[in-house]
Design a protein around this ligand. Structure first.
Ligand code: WTA
Length: 634
């Protein structure tokens, strides 16, 4: 477990009367009670705020748990709700998306323009033979074409699988293979800290490994020379200029339970899990959570600083804000490039009202000191948010005092790829405590329980569980439904609860403190990685016989990766080899997976059944007592 220790605190921060008074949902307690009295009626009311081609016959089908179905029989399309319906209103001319490149490039899309771009690309996809139900893998930098490609897939009923641009060829190839995508959308490269990330080159190597891909569409971003394979690869801008790329495209009528996307995430075994979400429930859940927790209104300018390649970007850059008809800002590059005021400069320039980011970014920017934000006018900000890992109270207070000037609510949102949207987070009326994600969202029954499922008393650590279904919950693991049951619903199968995989604790006031993962997932700078992914990256190097990886707490990044490797005979430990291994992981898995330390060892602590005891490794790494090692067989 990650010991990102969050002390219980009695420090309270209450929202001002004005914040509560003006909030869309001014009374958390009453709303929560009302929702829990009848979750089906509650979610049905929320669903009615969206467009349905045909109404549902049943709100929730509980006949085959944990395979719940929502809005059964309803016909809809999330792209219709995110785009088509807005262009029939005054929002047609409203700014939908503002984008700034790391090099200062700027682009702006009204809802009308975004709708047209999406239609055009939807037609391009069709011309490449993509049909309803087909999978399309998207591997891009943070450019507007990324949300455009996602929305275009949704529009024609194709299932997108976005792979984060910080992953490398092995990770990308695995995900292409698992989804069996015949089309890959990528970029020539991406800008990061003034350098080019060679996305096309990585994509080529991945396609070489997973030849299922027939066509690669390449967005030109960096403009440097890349290999284009004749007949297989096409430039995005060339395709978008063809007559087939008409700006009008019929939106496919989807069943509420038709798949919308697969998003691969790390689990306990080597193979990443393809978490599957559907059109109907997902759109209801993410739009409600965004609107209510952040009190998002038409006049706001929303900035979620995550990457669209992770669930945070899917739900709260691409789909959520556009369903709500909001103006969303997206930035391509690094937060401190070229100077540590980059973010604050953009907040000022664009009049950002909401900033939603990860604790690691806050800690990183905090290090540069208060002068950088203080030289900018941040008065447009109205709300701040955080996600991805526990926020330590020190970073929380800095965010609150220096960025929020002691006035803005901090919405600490606990959730997961699997949940699709916030599970535990404050609404504007909820009093805050640094380091606590506060209370469950209306409609969510969360608890902290012991192994037997008894609620833990306040202050006691236990398993975080969700006791009821919610519309945005994962529907399956792509191609392996049983794995979903085993992973999330077997520990408390008796009660039918969802086990999040996190340790948590509640305090006397019912406030939740998330402690960290209970499984072999490591959160590095808020990114979710599996020990198994990094380990298989290491053992794919000819020098490595066996590898074990752990997460070790780090002041800025939350956790960093330590790796322990046993070498094959014939290889000698050396600094040079360690550097080579790091480079190998960077190449195979991606820069985010590179261990900050690799130690060459001659044995690993294992149980008698051969399972690596990561707990023991971690204790050793941190100079702590090793605890019970009775089952240890070195
Ligand atoms: C962690 C990211 C503490 C947690 C949206 C969870 C958090 C995992 C918080 C999911 C938070 C996310 N406080 N921990 N506010 N938000 N986590 O799937 O361990 O990338 O299980 O989704 O991130 O990571 P994922």
């Amino acid at each position: 477990m990650d010991e990102s220790f969050v002390p219980a605190t009695t420090e309270w921060y209450y929202p001002s009367d004005a914040v509560v008074h003006n909030a869309l949902v001014p009374d958390y307690e009453a709303t929560y009670a009302e929702a829990m009295a009848d979750i089906e009626t509650f979610w049905a009311q929320r669903a009615k705020t969206l467009h349905w081609f045909e109404p549902w016959q049943q709100v929730l089908d509980r006949s085959n748990p944990p395979f719940y179905q929502w809005f059964v029989g309803g016909k809809t399309n999330i792209a219709y709700n995110a785009l088509d319906r807005h262009i029939k209103t005054w929002r047609k001319n409203k700014v939908a998306l503002i984008w700034e490149g790391e090099n200062g490039d700027k682009r702006t899309f009204s809802y009308w323009r975004l709708w047209q771009e999406v239609n055009k690309f939807a037609n391009v996809l069709k011309s490449l033979g993509v049909k309803k139900g087909d999978r399309v893998t998207i591997y891009m930098g943070r450019v507007p074409e990324l949300p455009i490609a996602m929305l275009a897939c949704a529009k024609i009923g194709a299932i997108h699988s976005v792979v984060y641009g910080g992953f490398s060829e092995h990770a990308l190839a695995d995900r292409i293979e698992d989804a069996q995508s015949r089309v890959l959308v990528t970029c020539d490269g991406a800008w990061l800290r003034g350098n080019i990330v060679e996305l096309k080159q990585i994509a080529d190597e991945a396609v070489h490994r997973s030849p299922v891909v027939e066509h690669v569409v390449v967005v030109r971003r960096t403009g440097h020379e890349v290999n284009m394979q004749h007949g297989r690869d096409f430039w995005y801008h060339d395709l978008m200029n063809l007559p087939i790329a008409s700006p009008v495209c019929e939106t496919e009528v989807m069943d509420a339970e038709d798949p919308l996307f697969i998003l691969y995430t790390s689990g306990t075994t080597g193979k990443p899990k393809g978490i599957l979400h559907t059109h109907g429930g997902y759109q209801v859940y993410i739009s409600t959570t965004l609107e209510w927790a952040f009190d998002l209104k038409d006049e706001d300018r929303w900035w979620c600083a995550a990457d669209p390649g992770w669930i945070t970007g899917h739900s709260y850059i691409v789909y959520g804000p556009h369903i709500l008809g909001a103006t969303s800002f997206m930035y391509e590059g690094a937060p401190n490039y070229p100077y540590p005021n980059r973010w604050w400069k953009m907040v000022e320039e664009y009049g950002i009202s909401h900033l939603y980011t990860a604790p690691t970014a806050i800690r990183g920017l905090m290090r540069f000191g208060d002068a950088w934000p203080n030289r900018h006018n941040l008065s447009s900000l109205r709300m701040l948010g955080t996600v991805g890992e526990p926020i330590n109270p020190e970073a929380w207070r800095w965010y609150y005092n220096v960025i929020g000037k002691g006035k803005l609510p901090i919405i600490d949102t606990f959730w997961q790829t699997e949940s699709s949207g916030f599970l535990i987070c404050p609404l504007p009326s909820v009093g805050l405590k640094p380091g606590s994600a506060t209370r469950p969202f209306p409609g969510i029954e969360a608890d902290v329980v012991d192994e037997a499922g008894n609620s833990c008393p306040p202050g006691t650590e236990g398993y975080l569980v969700i006791k009821n279904p919610w519309p945005g919950m994962l529907r399956t693991i792509y191609g392996d439904p049983q794995r979903m049951v085993n992973q999330y619903f077997s520990q408390f199968s008796h009660q039918g609860w969802y086990m999040a995989g996190d340790a948590a604790r509640k305090d006397e006031d019912g406030y939740f403190y998330i402690i960290g993962r209970l499984d072999e997932v490591i959160k590095v700078s808020g990114y979710r990685l599996g020990t198994a992914e990094v380990e298989s990256g290491l053992v794919s190097h000819p020098a490595v016989a066996e590898a074990a990886v752990i997460g070790v707490p780090d002041e800025v990044r939350g956790n960093v990766i330590y790796a322990y490797c046993i070498l094959r005979s014939g290889f000698q430990p050396s600094e040079e080899l360690v550097d080579k291994l790091k480079e190998h992981v960077r190449h195979e898995v991606g820069p985010i997976a590179v261990p900050s330390r690799i130690e060459i060892v001659t044995s690993l602590p294992k149980t008698k059944s051969g399972k690596i005891m990561r707990r023991v490794l971690k204790a050793r790494a941190m100079g702590q007592p090793e605890g019970d090692t009775s089952t240890l067989e070195e």
